[in-house]
Ligand binder design. Sequence first.
Ligand code: SER
Length: 318
Amino acid sequence: MRILLTGAGGQLGGDLITALLAQGHEVIATDLRPAAAGQNGRTRWDALDVTRGDDVLTCVERIAPDRVYHLAAILSARGEQQPQLAYAVNQTGTWNVLEACRQARVPQLVFTSSIAVYGPGLPDPTPEDVALHPTTIYGATKAAGEMLCDYYCHRWGLDARGVRFPGLINAAVPGGGSSDYALFMYLDGLRRGAYDAFCRADTRIPLMYMPDAVRALIELPAAPRQHLGRSVYNIAAFSPRADEIAASVARALPGVQFTFTPDPARQAILDSWPRALDDARARADWGWRHEFDLEAMTADLLPQMRTLLGAGVDLAGH
Ligand code: SER
């Protein structure tokens, strides 16, 4: 299968590309600055700005992919600093990708949504079909993107599907998310021996280790469409408090120091999100189940990060 990725230089791209290549797919990765995003010998990298509709259409028509993963987005914290940019990338960009898929007759689009579509005051755990009152431009544009995916499904027959991801953790430096504190506990715990988290110790949001997230992105598009009762699904793994993550890292890295100095803007975003997601629909419709809990993630991730840092790999350019 020929597979096109937008935003492939972000937190998800590297691990997803590796998994797709392992399955024997041809992968064409795109991002704003493909060279900076890194070269993988077996992946073609093209420059693509998803805010430029003509460029997106030209790219999709030229490549004629069997499946598109639309990963390009400005995350929640950075989006509040640059809302116009977040709107252009997340809203106009998603429209451009959907339109290009429609015009170029791409069979399938996979959309990456987020817990950020939710606002405060929801049941715990939170199912999919509750009132969505996101507090961020990121969440508002992701919610709209989900609705557009549904619209393109029934109006144009595009097989658009997606997942609402929890905060994701892997050996890559994310850019501008509110959930990044969890990842930095591992990264700075390892490279600095300390991390001052930008959230309260009792902050609790849904999180997921990247191998589970990547597996979801491979299993969902492979499911027969007639088994799917909806286009976009919650998927869940675990929901530790921030100080529980710190304790898990500290058990593996004795002597590491964690402190908590909440940043009001990011803390407010974190407090607006559900503490846990109800993913019963994904489990029933396409057999979703997570494998990694917090302790399994800590055991798997730290050695990996240590090896990459020891080898001088720039995790920001993952
Ligand atoms: N990790 C994202 C963020 O923090 C949520 O989808 O913005």
